[in-house]
Design a protein around this ligand. Structure first.
Ligand code: ADP
Ligand code: ZN
Ligand code: ZN
Length: 746
């Protein structure tokens, strides 16, 4: 086939199409779809992906140019992943090249990272001959004699390097004599060296685990099936995942395991590494470039069969996936924040369907929309209703902070929490204190006029950091000293509101001066692997208290933790988001699940100003079913997902007028197109433009256009029509992005 259709690696809608090139007769590798190649493009040479081959071309012969050199020996993108990219282009209305870029490590592009090579020295002659030649060498070649003796004695690479750190020049001299060979081997950069393999404890499955595992096995044997594993915290979901992975490996297939945020779940990785050893690779964005590249290569080369990783791991280049597991499927981190705004759970679902693999979604608090789909037959629900070994669910006590205030307790710690902490410390056990960061950080305002100190670039309050005595913006990173006087009215009465982790830390030190504390938040975890070290120290018992933000809410499993304190449960409740009740329920249920996971019983204290709010009261009772029943009714009444869908366009510009004007123009254009088609019009529930909740960010103004529609299959026509309204005239110096099935309206 003489022509290759190539997508060039430039993200611009104007060139989001295939260009034809002639495949030279003597091309050094097989020119197949998925191969990355260099191609002449205008006056330049740029990188591109072959997406198809063809015998014919519409381009006139004199204009056809030949392919440039291949960038790899074998195609970086497997055929089924090429199909996946085409599906993503359609599903997320992104450029094909944007989808293709997700399929390879970013550093592979433009050749920024290559495989690392290491020299390997080996004997070119038999050991006894080497010994004889060493004897025969004159005494002044002492180092050559030494190296020969080492090699003849069977020393391996590491031993040679240890005994003779500078062996290379010596080896080269011996190479000239024909006595040794210098080869080159791939040196692997292995992530998580800091993480010990640990002991694998393969448990005898409980009856519930057994039933769930067998259902999954049957699905895998039939090469299909999608399961929602609804298991309470501590019910042993991970053990079920691992059995399913083992089942895939036995069948000669591979498995992908997605976790919400891998830095926060080192224990999960540890358990997979302990059981599957070097057959498991770890992929996530916190790796160094070299590490990520090598892990990806190991998967692509078929050297490993299990990949554990965060969102992007769903693209792991396995040829033969039998299973994809998504742990904590309800987590919002599975959705990409930047274009293409893909949903890894949806991509996993699509991969499984296309590649004959089985999907397992696990959660203690399934997302309401997906649970609804499960009840309507899209997934088989499997239940783990009990903790392993009949351990009780933790006792949750809800404390009304309004009463604390009425009783003149102005501390951030209620009396029941203080008492529980004292008891826990006295018993020599550990506790986790959870501070919901959103809306709960310290901000600084004027007592006189009420003006809050906001970021000069963003429309948000700045957060006070007592250690450095500065104000920081958590969106753009801007830093300012705390002003002496109010910038609005000049008053000197500056007041500090709310509580960040640092303030809690101070109050704790005053309450329990003898207790040791570890803090885990954005400030203490900026460095690579910092999470890991904090968690390791906590596991080793170096501290009795782990204080942190959202980061401590997930997946942690410490046997000695018997108390969990939620400092303010209601901070997510009033967030302007249709799913704020769901998020509050999930957060409390998840945090509470960290207590009493081993033989010692656990206790949870939840502090709130709204103790009767259903998400809080029901999470405290571990009552998902009632929560779901209430929530789904409210969603239906308001036509929120899964009963309605949101498409959101975000319009951003440095000029407010322009952003607002383009949002209005886009809204009008969509309205005009829809009005022409009664069919489309009947699907629209709402169409409006408005400032985004975060109306200014990093100095740029943000407006949004919201299109709410019925959850009907025909909506794709409506989405297409709306997307088609995004013409170049509209952009006018603004950036406009479209998000299908948008979740947060921030
Ligand atoms: P989940 O992910 O559902 O919260 P985990 O898989 O972390 O629960 O299991 C909780 C704890 O129970 C872990 O320490 C795990 O090793 C242990 N465990 C899992 N299955 C069993 C079993 N069948 N028997 C005994 N212990 C088990
Ligand atoms: Zn800012
Ligand atoms: Zn003021």
């Amino acid at each position: 086939m003489p022509y290759a259709r190539v997508i060039v690696d430039i993200a611009a809608s104007a060139i989001d199409r295939e260009f034809d090139y002639a495949v030279p007769k003597d091309y050094p590798v097989d020119a197949v779809p998925g191969l990355r190649v260099q191609v002449p493009f205008g006056p330049r040479h740029i990188e591109g992906f072959i997406v198809a081959l063809s015998d014919t071309t519409a381009v006139p012969q004199e204009k056809i140019r030949p392919l440039g050199r291949p960038l790899e020996e074998r195609p970086a993108i497997l055929p089924h992943l090429m199909d996946l990219a085409l599906w993503m282009r359609r599903r997320y209305r992104c450029l094909l090249v944007e989808a293709l870029r997700l399929l390879i490590p970013a550093e592979m592009r433009k050749g920024r990272v290559r495989a690392k090579q290491r020299n390997q020295i080996s004997l070119a002659v038999l050991p006894q001959d080497a010994r004889a030649r060493a004897e025969a060498l004159p005494a002044r070649f002492a180092r050559q004699k030494q190296l020969l003796a080492l090699l003849a004695g069977g020393a391996d690479d590491a031993q040679v390097r240890r005994a003779m750190p500078d062996a290379m020049p010596v080896a080269r001299a011996l190479e000239k004599r024909g006595l040794v060979r210098i080869g080159s081997v791939r040196a692997l950069r292995t992530p998580y060296r800091a993480l010990e393999m640990g002991q694998d404890a393969q448990h005898v499955l409980t009856a519930e685990q057994q039933i769930a595992a067998e259902a999954i096995f049957r699905g895998m044997d039939a090469e299909r099936g999608a399961f929602l594993l609804h298991g309470v915290t501590g019910s042993g979901k991970t053990e079920v995942y691992m059995r399913a992975v083992a089942h895939a490996l036995e069948a000669g297939r591979s498995a992908i395991v997605l976790v919400p945020e891998i830095a926060l779940t080192p224990q999960m990785v540890q358990r997979f590494r302990a059981r599957f050893g070097n057959r498991a690779a770890v992929l996530h964005s916190g790796l160094s470039q070299g590490e990520r590249f090598d892990e990806w290569q190991r998967i692509r080369a078929g050297e490993v069969s299990v990949a554990v990783g965060a969102r992007s791991c769903v693209f792991a280049p396995f040829a033969n996936v039998g299973l994809i597991v998504v742990d904590e499927e309800h987590e919002t981190s599975y959705r990409a924040e930047n274009a293409p705004r893909y949903d890894a759970v949806e991509v996993a679902e699509r991969r499984c369907a296309a590649e004959g693999a089985t999907l397992v979604l696990g959660s203690a608090t399934p997302s309401v929309a997906r649970y609804y789909r499960a009840l309507h037959g899209d997934y088989t629900v499997l239940h783990l209703d009990h903790r392993v070994e009949d351990r009780p669910m933790p006792q949750v006590q809800v404390v009304d902070m309004r009463r604390e205030l009425a009783a003149h307790n102005k501390s951030m710690f209620s009396r029941p929490l203080q008492q529980a902490m004292a008891e826990t410390l006295a018993r020599g056990e550990q506790m986790i204190l959870f501070l919901n960061r959103r809306g709960f950080a310290t901000f600084v305002s004027c007592r006189k006029c009420g003006e809050a100190m906001t970021c000069p670039n963003c429309d948000v309050a700045m957060t006070y950091h007592s250690a450095e005595k500065t104000l920081k913006c958590h969106y753009c990173g801007a830093q300012l000293p705390v002003p002496d006087a109010c910038p609005a009215c000049g008053s000197k009465a500056i007041r500090y509101f709310g509580a960040g982790t640092q303030k809690v830390e101070q109050q704790l030190a005053a309450l329990f001066p003898e207790a040791k504390l570890l803090r885990m938040d954005r400030d203490t975890t900026a460095r690579k692997d910092a999470h890991l070290h904090i968690l390791k120290r906590f596991a080793a018992g170096e501290a009795q208290i782990l204080l942190g933000t959202q980061m401590v809410a997930k997946g942690l499993d410490f046997p000695n933790v018997t108390l969990v304190g939620v400092m303010a449960a209601d901070t997510t409740l009033h967030y302007p988001d249709y799913a704020s009740a769901e998020r509050t329920f999930q957060l409390i249920a998840q945090v509470a699940g960290r207590a009493g996971r081993d033989v010692k019983a656990g206790r949870v204290v939840v502090q709130t100003y709204a103790p009767d709010e259903p998400p809080i009261a029901l999470a405290a009772r571990h009552d998902y079913q009632t929560f779901y029943a209430r929530e789904i009714m409210q969603r239906q009444a308001g036509q929120f997902p899964p009963f309605g869908r949101f498409v959101r366009f975000l319009v951003v510009s440095a000029q407010q007028q322009r952003a607002a004007g383009q949002a209005r123009a886009l809204c009008k254009e969509i309205a005009r197109v829809v009005a022409h088609d009664t069919h489309l019009a009947s699907q629209v529930l709402l169409l409006a433009w408005m400032p985004a909740m975060l109306s200014r960010l990093e100095g740029r103004f943000r407006y949004q256009v919201l299109l709410k529609m019925l959850p009907d299959a025909r909506n794709d026509a409506l989405i297409d029509a709306a997307h088609a309204c995004l013409n170049d005239a509209l952009f006018d110096g603004c950036s406009i992005t479209m998000e299908v099935d948008a979740q947060h309206m921030v």
